[in-house]
Write a protein of this length. Sequence first.
Length: 385
Amino acid sequence: MTGTKQYPIPVQLEPFITSNTLIVRSPGRINLIGEHTDYNNGFVLPAAIDKAVYVTIEKNDEEIIFLHSVDFNESVEIKIADIKPVPGHWSTYILGVVDQLIKREHPVLGFKLSIYGDVPLGAGLSSSAAVECAAAFALNELFAFGIERIELAKIAQLAEHEFAGVKCGIMDQFASLFGKKDNVIRLDCRSLAYEYFPLKLDGYKIVLLDSQVKHSLASTEYNVRRSQCESGVAEIKKRYPHVESLRDVSLSMIEECINQDTIIYHRCRYVVEENIRVQEGCIDLLNGNLTAFGEKMFATHIGLSEQYGVSCKELDFLVEAVKNMPAVVGARMMGGGFGGCTINIVEINGVDTLIQSVTEKYHHESGKELKAYVVQIEDGTSLIS
Ligand code: GLA
């Protein structure tokens, strides 16, 4: 996993490359199952994909950071001493990483970083985590800080908390940094122990259907879900003092401790059920039982929509539209919710028909142009040449 990987350097970054430039690729991610479980210390099953963020980086002799985004055709220049969050702006994810490095007393000096990516923004493929991980990895290489990958993931996660205001779990940053070609990662978000599973999708493809919507309440509601789970834990802890997170909770404990008429009850039940689905789903994959795995994906969608309240009409429509197609084994909304993509496991022969038919239906229903991506699983963050 270490060393330089052979991925093509995007032509868009060629003007920024000199003999001193390092080039880093950091991918977006999918998640097969295990949604909103990461910040509840549960299990997730993500993988890095063939859509990535690329940065070029080199030192300069000033105490100044020069950033350039090819996608936004915009440059930012800032003294290291002056960095602060710029929520909503692409630079905040990079500056947030610098801030974390400085807080950990890593001596960041002046540098010039240019960035380009093909991870669709706002599509739930973790473009922000890809940027954070690219920046963290690139700075670690440039200044030879010797920070381990897992620490880079935590630095990137905290950059998101403090400079983007989203109290995310560790899944996205972990998947970007630890991804492995053709493998999914079963990550225990409590111990951070992980295992790679070769994803044998003989005859099937992973198809993402991008709703092209990102509802503005996404990050606020995300933080609300997190605190609702914490409230549930606080309730349960009154009777079971050893409980630290929903990971330590069983369905019967929820029944016993939380009033069924409350929102907190439904939120907590979803998380505990989802953790069970991830564990059982891994067994399905190991047994090559895609049908059983696909059923769990549909069940996850219902949970996210009805119990956890993070879907939206566009995502529900996209899952409903494929549910009875014989080529589809499983589908659900993916990521934080309130827009972005659905993830679908589809028989190869049915992929084109599915995309065509859902595109038409979706346009008719919403007036929006669906985008579809057939994704491959690729390696995580690395230098490239
Ligand atoms: C976002 C967050 C992740 C995770 C997912 C939901 O992608 O960044 O940490 O919580 O939502 O599973």
